[in-house]
Structure formats: C-alpha cells, structure tokens
Design a protein around this ligand. Structure first.
Ligand SMILES: *Cc1c(COP(=O)(O)O)cnc(C)c1O
Length: 350
C-alpha cells in the first residue's frame, strides 16, 4: 500500500448540502436567483477563450475590488472561492504545532483546512445565545497561536460580532496574531452595530477580511473569493495559492457583478425581507429561532435533528442538518420558503 499522511486519512470529508430530485434545496446558502443577464452576457463573451490560461495575477478584478473598498490592489488576494483564500491564509500563517482559533459551531471548513495544513485547531464554544465568545477566544490565545477566524454573520447561527466587542478583542490579542474576519454573509447583515471588517482592516495591521462572490452575488458555481489584507500578507497569499486557480470566467463574472451591484442589492433586500417573514412565521408556529443576519435561519433542534430533517425531506424540503446540533435553512425565493414553512407546520415545534 502506498504511504499516505495518517492525519489526512483521518480527516472528515467536507459535507456538501444535499439535493434530492423534485425537492427544494435549501441546504447550501446559495442565492435562489439565476445569474443576472449582464453577468451572463459578460461571461458568455469570454467563453471562446477558455483554451487560454487566465490572468494569474487577476489584475483587473483585484483593481476593481480594491476600488470598491477603497484599498490598494496590492492589499487584495483572490482564490477559487473564499474557502480557498481561507486555506491560503492558514498555510501562510500556521504549520505543524501552530494553533488556529475559531468559534464552534461555525463554518465547517475551518477545522478541516487547519488539519490539512498540519496545524492544530482550537475550537471555542459559542455562548448560550449562539454568539462568538470573544473573551474566551482571547483567553485561548497562546504563544503558538498564529490565526483567529471570526465569522460574522456566523454560519450557521446567523449571529454577528459588534464593533465594540471586536475592538476589545483586538486590544486583547497580540499584534503578531492574524485576525481574519470572514464576512461571507456581510451583504445580508442589517444590524447597525455590526463590526465593519474593512474598517477594522484599515485601522489594524493584523486584521484581514474574507469576502466571497458566492452568496449575495450568486457566483457559487464559478468559484471566486478574496481577502483584503496587509500588502505583506496578501503577497504571501499569492505565493501559496495554486497557480491559475481563478478562471477567466470567474474573474469576468466578478467584475460584471461589481458593475451590477445595485441590481444585486435589490435581490439581497428581497432575501432579507423573506428572512424576516420566515422567522416571524416560525415564531407564530411555536418555534423559537434566534434572529439571523445571514441568508439562512438556524434552529437548534438538538436530539431531534435527524427526525425533523427526515420529516422535512418527506415533504420535499432539504435543509442542512448538523447531527445532534441543529438545522440550517437557507432563505430561498418566496415559493421555496413557503414550501419549507408548509413542511415544518406539520412538525411539533421545540
Ligand atoms: C460559503 C462560505 C464561505 C465561502 O464560500 P466560497 O464559495 O468558497 O467563496 C466562506 N465562509 C463562510 C462562513 C461561508 O459560509
């Protein structure tokens, strides 16, 4: 038998949100709306060039992202989805024996990516109200800590980190620890007290921000995300990136999406309005979901998770189940959400 890394063979596989024929898929936090015409046309015009490698430096899209956020292109690094950029951040910061802190439960890719890099994952439990426990996270920092992920809004609980909390956290954490603010769902965040990652980046040398085109912008299948980080860190991300990881179609679609932000924001507003409608309907049915600032809602279903997940499937609705923990339902278009609400009405609330 060929020799393989034993730690790799022990890794859990990343679980993709399931789909079932004829079922409504609310399991992957995807955008329910199809690509905008303008984005489709821009990418179609580039289709005839896919015999060529893309621009490895992703110069045009990095310049466009930099202008969007008022930072320099040297402070932007792209990857094949922000999950790849998260991997770059870990690889550039932490190796064997180094520690990476994140809240738990949070984005399920974090522990896997940390283990792939050979570093040690340090999960810190959420508070009883499903929020990041920033005091406990600061207390978990040791001389071996290289990176801390802060996911806000948090996947899957939908809670956010507030400006004053993050300020206190950064004051408590050594300046040689990279703090990565994962804002995959920032467009859906309507809480005025939420920390603004890019603003923190401007004021703190050790802060990096992760953004993706997969959620609010609807480019999940094309794979492009980015980090805004200090010039030194961003250059290191480009060093560890897989060459040509971001396709020309993805770079083109990202630029076209930034050109169409007003139109995309109108869709985001519809999703946010639906989120509030779904939360209100669940509460009217006896459920007690906490507020969510993402494009999903979280139900802490504990021991009943598998049972409720199966009952929803019977009704043709697929959500994301975290065994023994809870269910995350992605907000879809009104019709999809109605199917979810109809399915859950028959299930005893808890
Ligand atoms: C979906 C998600 C991402 C990234 O998705 P990509 O498609 O790889 O850009 C990153 N962080 C969180 C918390 C997410 O939920």
């Amino acid at each position: 038998m060929v020799q393989q890394r034993a730690d790799v063979e022990r890794l859990p596989a990343y679980v993709q949100g399931k789909s079932l024929p004829d079922a409504v898929k609310l399991s992957s936090n995807e955008n329910p709306y199809p690509p905008l015409d303008s984005v489709l046309v821009a990418t179609q015009q580039r289709l005839a060039s896919f015999h060529l490698y893309p621009d490895m430096g992703a110069v045009a899209v990095r310049e466009r992202i930099a202008a969007r956020h008022g930072v320099r292109p040297e402070e932007v690094a792209v990857g094949s989805g922000s999950v790849e950029v998260a991997a770059q951040l870990i690889t550039a910061s932490a190796g064997e024996g180094d520690e990476v802190i994140f809240a738990w439960r949070s984005f399920e890719a974090y522990p896997i990516l940390v283990q792939v890099a050979g570093a040690t994952a340090v999960p810190v439990p959420l508070t009883a109200d499903e929020r990041h426990d920033l005091d406990a996270m600061a207390a978990a920092v040791t001389p071996r800590t290289r990176l801390v992920f802060i996911c806000t809004p948090n996947n899957p609980t939908g809670t956010v980190v507030h400006t004053d909390e993050l300020e206190r956290f950064l004051a408590a954490v050594p300046k040689d620890v990279l703090v990565v603010i994962d804002e995959a769902y920032v467009h859906f965040d309507t809480d005025p007290e939420s920390a603004d990652g890019v603003d923190f980046f401007r004021r703190h040398e050790n802060v990096a921000v992760l953004h993706t085109f997969s959620k609010a912008y609807g480019l999940a299948g094309l794979r492009i995300g980015y980090a805004i980080a200090s010039e030194r860190v961003a250059a290191n991300l480009r060093r560890v990136a897989v060459p040509f990881g971001v396709s020309d179609l993805a770079q083109t679609a990202a630029i076209a999406s930034l050109d169409a932000e007003a139109e995309l924001n109108a869709r985001v507003e519809r999703i946010v309005a639906e989120r509030e409608r779904v939360l209100a309907a669940l509460r009217a049915n006896g459920w007690k979901p906490i507020d969510s600032l993402g494009n999903f809602v979280w139900l802490r279903t504990g021991d009943r998770t598998a049972e409720i997940d199966a009952a929803l499937r019977e009704h043709g609705v697929v959500v994301r189940a975290f065994a023994g923990d809870g269910l995350r339902m992605t907000i879809g278009d009104p019709e999809m959400n109605d199917r979810f609400l109809a399915a859950i009405t028959g299930i005893t609330a808890l």
